[in-house]
Design a protein around this ligand. Sequence first.
Ligand code: TYM
Length: 327
Amino acid sequence: MKRVFSGIQPSGDLHLGNLLGALVNWSKMQEDNDAVYCVVDLHALTLPQEPDVLRKNTVELAQLLIAVGIDPERSTLFVQSQVPQHPQLAWLMECTVSYGELSRMTAFKDKSNRDTTKFVSAGLFTYPALQAADILLYDTDFVPVGDDQRQHVEITRDIAERFNSRYGETFVVPEHVIPEAGARVMDLQKPDRKMSKSEGESPGTVFVLEDPKKIEKKFKRAVTDSESDVRFDIAEKPGVSNLLSILSACTGEAPEDLASNYEQYGPLKTDTAEAVIELLRPIQARFAELQSDPAETQRLLRVGADKAQVVAGEVLARAKRNIGLLA
Ligand code: TYM
């Protein structure tokens, strides 16, 4: 059986990009694989966090993952900081990746350049080494992620190959799995930017737990363009193409085929909003049930962490042995 691993940060609220880009595949891939899914709270520390908020977000994100369909009986679902092998292997990864490689990561460049007066932690820079540790600790074959994580999986492969060639076969070299539709959900107001957990009002971001009326309004106000024909053309018509991609991810139909059903933007916006609201309805209902019992969620996460440590411990021991550290 193949091993699948992926992670998600407990920072901000879960949005439609996370769901369509990654979580739909997480849920699907647990059916035929040994799936390991992680709430990566250590990654969230790369930006300053409010302790109580981080704790609450971590448990609620785990509940949302369960609400989306991750089955903690079938998959291993855990919190990164409860498995100490992650930061331990991360050091070995930091010593296997170069400063130059880390400098080329677009996620780092974006986040560190956004506001030059802001504190930029060293963790934000070395973040891909921790991510490589997350993935390699489980002898992972496949990593389901959205398109923005492609570069981080690539660098993980480079690190694994370098380590293997220096110290002998140690790690499985993983492959990313990126969905056809929904790989890059764009901001509804700024369709040249990916949808993200931006701060403030966020008129361009649709949250998984958002009220249906608000969702409808956000789609109604989505930026399109001054023409009126509906075509799937990302370069020329990014706003319309984004709506078609979202509808495609919800319905399973190709965006080009969907485009031929519409002559105007209005009905496309209404149908996309409706499809998203229907997709989110059962998730919101299930989350409301789970939210009433955070102690049970924390118990499930503890069980997940114990299960994860069995594999993580073996792989870390292998890496330590091969690199020359004492057992
Ligand atoms: P994070 O928490 O930012 O996002 C979680 C997942 O959501 C996907 N995603 C999107 N997909 C499509 N359109 C968007 N607008 C969009 N925004 C986010 C991301 O690609 C991701 O799959 N570094 C990772 C977390 C991580 C990880 C790992 C992932 C840590 N260790 C090991 C895989 C394997 C991150 O910050 O994702």
